[in-house]
Design a protein around this ligand. Structure first.
Ligand code: GTP
Ligand code: MG
Length: 717
């Protein structure tokens, strides 16, 4: 049995020697493989595992081993020279983007891996947007250069096209493709030649034939570095060059401002190139001290060991037999086992029992962690993602992570009452661990709706619930929140009369119903005495006009009549959906001095609207969504025809870098499982986002089907 030997390093590092990096990139670009190689290269493991074999340090959960890709972000660390590099490997599928966003909160540099056989991929773009938003210093690592289809130039061209000239070549491969073993470094002006099984390269002079090219790239690099700093620019003009120290300073500064994305070469699988990246992270890349945190009141917390004790929690995860593991960054000060801290959200005390560093699933006891470092603690009482722990009385609260809104939804098939309770307990816990999950009890749809980032994300919720809480969860298509309205004017009356024993009930109401729109003129055949505009909770308007002449209905019944109208609007006559955008003018009626009361008028009004509604050419409205599909050229045709087969209205197709962006509008009804459909149509090379656009009339046929389905449901109930 293969066993990855973790070599334990329990050294406590000072803030200045800590680097935190996050590995980012499209699924399959090689993040987990690179993490493994970094661990091996730095001597943190004695053998390298492989993703396919399910024995990497990072992909240690069964679900990851089964699937062959990362699902959770994974925290690891290595000692490199005199520094400690904390490495967070993230999943590339955007279903798990929550893991990326939380990792970005604590990383000081992002390493964006590009697959040199694929170039810039959809997943690259999506996570790059986050680094741009958070201004996370970024380096590119062009990976898989050993592959026969590796194309470094095209990959860099695509990156420049998409991310601008900030993409700055520091290295290029001498012999990409099968047999790849040499990298030319235009910062150090040297060629690294690797032994067959990778590892430490031999430094050689740049071959004659490459010198001109290497010199041009070196010049370009130096110029770019000098460009962002006046002192450096001056030095560059004076001497025509920069010292190594000046280059380091300039690179760091421009990385911090997101002005330069230094670009490196790697073959992770062959263990070539990661050592140089770690060297760069050690020598040049921004450190925790360079990236102060903001508090909720916009004050800066500078990362310093001598500062106030501040721990920020960026992730929690439950593990069977272990309980909840809470991941934190020491934002300032330091933390030791046994410290008593206070949770700023609850104001309750939390004791840090035992501190750990992680290498995947291996926990390493450590007594103390200094500002800038990442660690975990188990069995906290009530501390969750985005919480700050400080010393009692401190007012520092770190600004939380803003997680992306949910993108897709599914309904849960109601289980037995006992299981439902178990499911809710489980979902609550999972939601606490993964804030990109949203659970909604929809009164309107009478369904429990689970919102998430993608179908894979929801499938993972199901998997975890079954494994951790031993409860089955079945999904079904969520109902659609239809709306009903009318399209023409109708005039009706209704008499409610009941004689039961002593006192009876009597009310008669006459009304005109019309489709309502903003700026509608008052009716010219009626005398409006009073009016009320109600913004309906479910969207749209009810305009109510009181046009009674000659006191046929007393004004005191006005509210009861509105209530009756609302009752019908809450339960539309065709499908039981909410009705909207209706103007109702009550212009006549009758009352009885003894038998009339609020209840009678409510019932009369409710029936009256229902009858009028049916005569006013009612229609069903459905939610329409605007979607934006980002895809590569070669899959656009299939995606377009699929959209057309769904009757989508194509609103435009624009080239976006080397991608196509298709904009279309279509009913939510036809979007169920669309992200899976898109994944299979494009082999994972397309993504979509959706936003609610408007309510729009359904076709006659759909309306007939929906009404029939509702009648069927009502009979079954
Ligand atoms: N030829 C070659 N294959 C590589 C290299 N790096 C990774 N791979 C392969 O690419 C596949 C995906 O690698 P992973 O490391 O799992 O990719 P990842 O980025 O972690 O993927 P996700 O976890 O899904 O985001 C695996 O089959 C690796 O063996 C490389 O440098 N060269
Ligand atoms: Mg991975």
């Amino acid at each position: 049995m293969f066993n990855t030997k973790i070599i334990i390093n329990m050294k406590v590092y000072s803030t200045k020697d800590i680097r935190n990096i996050v590995l980012l990139g499209h699924s399959g670009c090689g993040k987990t493989t690179m993490a493994e190689t970094m661990l091996f290269e730095a001597g943190a493991i004695s053998r390298r595992g492989q993703v396919e074999e399910g024995n990497t340090v990072s992909d240690h959960y069964n679900v990851e081993k089964e699937r062959g890709n990362s699902v959770f972000s994974s925290l690891m660390h290595v000692g490199w020279k005199d520094s400690k590099i904390n490495i967070i490997d993230t999943p590339g599928y955007d279903d798990f983007v929550g893991e990326v966003v939380s990792a970005l909160k604590v990383a000081d540099t992002a390493v964006m891996i590009l697959n040199s056989t694929q170039g810039v991929e959809v997943g690259t773009e999506l996570v790059w947007e986050y680094t741009e938003r958070f201004k996370t210093p970024l380096i590119f690592a062009v990976n898989q250069l050993d592959h026969e289809k590796a194309n470094f130039e095209l990959t860099v061209d695509q990156a420049k096209n998409r991310f601008g000239n900030r993409v700055t070549v520091v290295q290029y491969p001498f012999n990409a493709g099968v047999g790849f073993n040499s990298i030319i470094d235009v910062l150090k002006m040297v060629m690294y030649v690797f032994p067959e099984d990778g590892g430490k390269p031999e430094k050689q002079s740049i071959p004659e034939g490459e010198l001109a090219n290497a010199n041009t790239l070196h010049e370009k690099l130096v110029e770019t570095i000098a460009e962002y700093d006046e002192d450096l620019m001056e030095a560059y003009f004076e001497t025509g060059a920069l010292t190594e120290e000046q280059m380091t300073k300039g690179l760091k500064l421009s990385m911090l401002n997101h002005k330069i994305f230094p670009t490196f070469c790697v073959s992770s699988i062959n263990n070539m190139g990661t050592g140089r990246i770690m060297g760069f992270l050690h020598d040049v890349a921004p450190a925790p001290v360079d990236r102060p945190y903001l508090t909720v009141s916009a004050d800066e917390i500078v990362c310093s060991e001598s500062g106030e004790q501040v721990l920020f929690f960026f992730k929690t995860l439950s593990e069977p037999h272990l309980g909840e593991i809470s991941y934190f960054k020491v934002v300032s000060g330091s933390v030791s086992s046994g410290d008593e801290l206070t949770n700023a959200r609850t104001n309750n005390g939390e004791r840090i029992s035992q501190l750990y560093m992680l290498n995947g699933k291996t926990r390493i006891n450590i007594d103390k962690l200094n500002a800038g470092d990442l660690g975990v603690v188990v069995k906290l009482k009530d501390t969750k993602t985005n919480d700050t722990l400080t010393q009692k009385g401190s007012s520092l609260v770190v600004e939380g992570i803003e997680f992306p809104d949910a993108r897709i939804r599914t309904a849960i098939i109601p289980p037995s009452k006992k299981d439902f309770e178990k499911i809710m307990v489980g979902l609550n816990q999972l939601q606490k661990e993964d804030p990109t999950i949203v659970v909604e009890q929809s009164k309107e749809l009478s369904q429990t709706i689970l919102h998430g980032q993608g179908e894979m994300h929801l499938a993972m919720v199901k998997y975890r619930l079954e494994k951790l809480y031993n409860v089955e969860l079945e999904f079904t298509e969520p109902k659609i929140a239809y709306r009903e309205t009318i399209t023409k004017r109708a005039q009706t009356s209704y008499r409610h009369k009941k004689q039961s024993g002593g006192s009876g009930q009597f009310a008669e109401v006459h009304m005109v119903v019309e489709p309502y729109f903003d700026g509608m003129a008052p009716p010219n055949d009626l005398n409006v005495r009073a009016e009320q505009t109600l913004d309906l909770e479910w969207g749209g308007t009810l305009k109510f006009l009181w046009c009674i002449v000659g006191g046929s209905i007393d004004a005191k019944y006005q509210n009861a009549i509105i209530k009756g109208v609302m009752k019908t609007l809450e339960n539309g006559p065709m499908t039981g959906s909410y009705a909207r955008d209706i103007r109702i003018s009550v212009y006549d009626g009758k009352m009885h001095s003894v038998d009339s009361n609020d209840m009678a008028f409510m019932l009369a009004a409710s029936h009256c609207v229902r009858t009028a509604f049916e005569q006013a050419s009612p229609v069903i409205l459905e939610p329409m969504y605007d979607i934006e599909v980002l895809c590569k050229d070669d899959v656009m045709g299939d995606i377009m025809s699929d959209l057309q087969s769904r009757n989508a209205m194509i609103m435009g197709v624009d080239a976006d870098g080397h991608y196509q962006k298709i904009k279309a509008r279509l009913p939510l009804r036809l979007l169920y499982k669309y992200s899976s459909r898109l994944r299979s149509l494009s082999q994972g090379r397309a993504k979509h986002i959706r936003t609610f656009a408007e309510f729009s009339k359904v076709s006659r046929e759909v309306q007939t089907e929906l009404v029939a389905a509702h009648q069927q449901d009502s009979v079954e109930v």
